[in-house]
Design a binder for this molecule. Structure first.
Ligand code: KG4
Ligand code: ZN
Length: 332
């Protein structure tokens, strides 16, 4: 089965053709256009600007894939319908609907979070149940995936997402957007034990996260004026990672998964990957750990096509006449 994935929920326009053979996936062709430079100018993503760029980019990206114009190399079209920025989502959704209509191909709608989970599939097939820590600019979620399409929501952020915290702290330190890679660069030269930032909600007996208090603690430190950028970055990063890892490990003990999946933009953080992997191999060595290839940590269309392939296999098709983007789409 060959699935054409389309992603436009935030500031990446992406189209990919993926082939599924059993549980094995081949990325046949993939094209992506990032708007980071545009949005860095504003210090964050401006939804209307993102939508305009998506609209300008979708056809040139499809052309980059060099597919036959009659769609004969595609069996199914998969498009992200939410969650995300509504003007941005609409561009991809309408594009997917039009392609499905003119090519007369079945259409599936993919939840963006589900897409991030499937971003690890090219690395191997996780055994269910899989505990997923999904950390991105818009989300921090712990999700138990019991089977394809069967999810239990275990925990989420009560305020800022992990990536959002990286972005906001970077701004406080005068670093560029997106903040994650900038914080990492500064932290590499800093001391993670220099400042004892709080580890938010570590002691609560739920699986929720909260990062706004940590951001306030960083702001207070910065306002006091006696800080070294590298130390603040390293200490902040250590606090976020310790919180994410400890809560995930606690969820492992409660839910007994066979696999742990780390995904989303923040999964590009090497220290987070290593810490979670190490902790898991000490506490539960029989559980396998999956993180996406670095090319698939951020938003992309490969993950949407893979998620779409499993939806298509279950024949969860949607009518192109009625599909709507949903900025608050839920996984469960
Ligand atoms: O998944 P993604 O590309 O977009 C959303 O769906 O939100 O995630 C983007 C987020 C940004 O907040 C960015 O700062 C963060 O991922 N990020 C990182 C790293 N690389 C990107 N955060 C921490 N460490 C990184 N290396
Ligand atoms: Zn994302």
């Amino acid at each position: 089965m060959r699935v054409l994935g389309i992603e436009s929920s935030c500031d990446e326009t992406a189209i990919a053709l993926v082939e599924k053979q059993g549980d094995h996936f081949t990325i046949v062709k993939a094209a992506i256009a990032s708007q980071i430079i545009t949005h860095a100018f504003y210090g964050g993503v401006v939804p209307e600007v993102a939508a305009r760029e998506h609209a300008e980019l979708v056809f040139p990206l499809l052309e980059q894939l060099c597919l036959p114009r009659d769609g004969q190399s595609v069996d199914v079209i998969a498009v992200t319908y939410g969650p995300g920025l509504i003007p941005a989502l609409r561009v991809g959704v309408e594009f997917g609907k039009v392609l499905a209509w003119i090519w007369q191909k079945p259409l599936v709608r993919v939840n963006h979070l589900e897409g991030h989970i499937y971003s690890v599939w090219p690395k191997g097939t996780p055994v269910f149940p899989a505990l997923c820590l999904l950390v991105s600019g818009g989300h921090t979620e712990l999700i138990l995936m019991k089977d394809h399409g069967v999810y239990e929501h275990i925990g989420m952020t009560r305020d800022d997402a992990a990536g959002e915290a990286f972005d906001k702290v970077a701004k406080l330190l005068g670093l560029c957007y997106p903040g994650g890679p900038e914080i990492v660069r500064a932290a590499d030269a800093g001391d993670p034990n220099a400042i004892a930032f709080p580890r938010p909600m570590l002691e609560t007996d739920d699986f929720d996260f909260s990062f706004s208090g940590l951001k306030t603690a960083v702001r207070r430190e910065v306002e006091q004026g006696k800080w070294k950028k590298e130390d603040v970055a390293a200490s902040f990063q250590a606090a976020v990672i310790e919180t994410l890892v400890k809560k995930t490990i606690r969820a492992v003990f409660q839910y007994h998964p066979q696999s742990v999946i780390l995904s989303g933009g923040v999964s590009a953080n090497r220290l987070l990957r290593q810490s979670l992997k190490d902790r898991l191999s000490i506490e539960q060595p029989r559980i396998s750990f999956f993180a996406p290839d670095f090319s698939l940590t951020g938003d992309n269309a490969v993950m949407i096509a893979i998620a779409g392939a499993y939806l298509a296999e279950r024949r969860v098709f949607v009518d192109p006449l009625f599909l709507q983007a949903d900025p608050n789409a839920r996984l469960i």
